[in-house]
Design a protein around this ligand. Structure first.
Ligand code: NG6
Ligand code: CA
Length: 523
């Protein structure tokens, strides 16, 4: 047991072959005489378990994602690490649980870099194995070296180049947070010298309109809660900014912009192995997709954003086909956390659901300690490497993707790096159908849960039962320990008093993971 889970730096059979035969780029695997696969992670934002047709959605069409699923493995019990973006992304890209690190909560747009340049990231790992690496789309893990002190008019002193990404074209945080500009290789893209950029999360700049004081300027979207500070493109945001001029994004073009850069990256690197972290803005708020995606589903803007996400996936898949790369590219599609309906803009998402369940069968949504917070779609396609396609209900966590992909490419992970990530490559490729013995989940108010295939324990805490600031979401908080039998997916009946031994076992396990680290707990 232990060996299997601490095998961070051990190589899989495929990778062993690769390691021997991979001195130069253009690398071949000795084992299968197969070139190292390209790897693309398509990471959606707030896309729920139930939001895709191939996961049961009926009010919206997602043919491209469905195609990906039909050609690969569709996982039905996969988990993001946290119920919000920043901690999930931190964990995915470092292989360390965000809850071990203070300062990994939902980041402001002017946060300093949360992953430190000295940390070994997933991008470093790919780079060390000879891959070209890129991050495109939503970042939300801070930029520069000092919070609030970035000069957005000059190269940033620290950016993704310091984290192993050869190329980046990103949004600093989220579309609802300033600065509303793309950053390309550490500098504002399409910088407009006639409109210097200033950003503050403390106070407005004199004379600049806000959503709060100038609602008449909100010609695209109005807030339903919060989001009433600076106005960009007729939509008010979180935080204040001034300037930007031609560099300011138009929300309706964000998907096009990131897709163009992603396809360019694929084209430019079609002759050598590449790793692309493609993190969409969809379907996070403000949901303001391009006109051509409007009105093609029954759910209004939230559904349109899903359609736009699906289109983006289609463009990536088409590019792989066009350049002859589909066969040997491993594509993983997932989401950073569970879904939310009203997350702060009046986009009628709630009224127009029409019976659609964004979180599928799971209780709770984004932010929540219930399963809906972290149960996400997860699809893996790699025609050259996955022999058995179909569905898999193995219990899986995104925390393991770093070590698993490292094993795939024969990368060595420095001792102490990616400390929580286990090599479970066989799960991703469908050759090992054993469940992860447990998965730790992290809610927005820092409540930890531990989930096994059969059980779920949520630690007690004093937080409110419902999110307090707007979205109508059950937090999963309770002042008493909660234990659920997961054969009943609805987490309704707390059976902690019926199964005190199981409760104790999971409490002990969680305590050990927190205190001793997740590898040690298996010794
Ligand atoms: C919340 C925002 C919400 C969203 C979330 C982060 C308000 C009222 N709500 O604070 O709109 O931005 O943070 O979402 O400001 S995440 O998916 O990036 O984690
Ligand atoms: Ca998110």
């Amino acid at each position: 047991m232990k060996r299997q889970y601490i095998a961070l730096t051990l190589l899989s059979p495929v990778a062993c072959g690769l390691a021997k035969g991979t001195e130069a780029t253009g690398k071949k695997s000795e084992a299968g005489n197969r070139e190292l696969p390209n790897v693309i992670i398509i990471y959606a934002d707030d896309l729920g378990y139930g939001d895709l047709q191939c996961y049961g959605a009926r009010n919206v069409q997602t043919p491209n994602v469905d195609r990906l699923a039909s050609e690969g493995i569709r996982f039905t019990n996969a988990h993001a690490v946290a119920a919000t973006s920043t901690p999930s992304r931190y964990s995915l890209l470092t292989g360390e649980y965000a809850w071990r690190r203070p300062g990994t909560d939902v980041a402001a747009g002017n946060a300093a870099m949360i992953i430190k340049p000295g940390q070994f990231t997933m991008a470093d790992m790919f780079k060390s194995a000879g891959y070209a690496t890129a991050a495109i789309g939503k970042w939300h893990l801070g930029l520069g070296d000092k919070t609030g002190e970035q000069d957005w008019n000059a190269p940033l002193p620290a950016a993704l180049g310091d984290l192993g990404f050869d190329y980046h074209y990103i949004m600093a945080a989220t579309a609802d947070r300033v600065p509303c500009v793309f950053i390309e290789n550490g500098m504002v893209a399409d910088y407009d010298p006639s409109a210097p950029i200033e950003v503050s999360y403390q106070k407005n700049f004199p004379g600049e309109p806000t959503g709060k004081d100038n609602p008449e300027l909100l010609y695209n979207l109005r807030p339903s809660h919060g989001h009433d500070m600076s106005i960009v493109n007729g939509i008010s945001r979180i935080g204040y900014m001034k300037g930007g001029g031609k560099a300011l994004w138009k929300d309706e073009n964000i998907a096009d912009s990131i897709v163009v850069h992603a396809v360019d990256f694929i084209r430019e690197h079609k002759d050598r192995p590449f790793f692309m972290y493609f993190a969409t803005n969809d379907i996070h708020v403000p949901r303001f997709p391009h006109e051509r995606f409007r009105g093609k589903n029954l759910m209004g803007l939230r559904g349109d954003a899903i359609v736009q996400f699906d289109w983006s996936v289609g463009r990536i898949l088409d590019a792989l086909d066009r350049f002859g790369l589909a066969e040997n590219t491993l594509v993983i599609l997932s989401s950073d956390n569970g879904p939310v309906v009203d997350d702060g803009y009046d986009d009628r998402a709630e009224e127009l659901l029409g019976g659609h369940s964004p979180s599928g069968p799971w209780r709770g949504n984004k932010y929540s300690a219930f399963e809906g917070g972290t149960a996400v779609p997860a699809i893996v396609r790699w025609p050259a490497g996955i022999k058995k396609t179909g569905d898999s209900d193995i219990l899986m966590s995104q925390i393991d993707w770093m070590a698993s992909l490292g094993s795939l490419i024969g990368a060595r992970i420095p001792k102490g790096s990616a400390p929580d990530s286990w090599n479970r490559l066989g799960n991703l490729l469908g050759t090992d159908d054993s469940d992860r013995p447990w998965v730790v989940e992290f809610s927005s108010n820092h409540v930890l849960s531990v989930r096994t295939k059969e059980w779920k324990y949520i630690e007690p805490n004093d937080g409110p039962a419902m999110i307090t600031w707007g979205p109508k979401i059950e937090t999963g908080n309770s002042s008493v320990p909660q234990l659920y039998e997961m054969s009943e997916v609805d987490e309704k009946e707390n059976v902690s008093s019926e199964y005190p031994e199981k409760l104790f076992e999971l409490q002990t396990l969680l305590r050990k993971v927190v205190r001793d680290g997740s590898q040690k707990s298996f010794e």
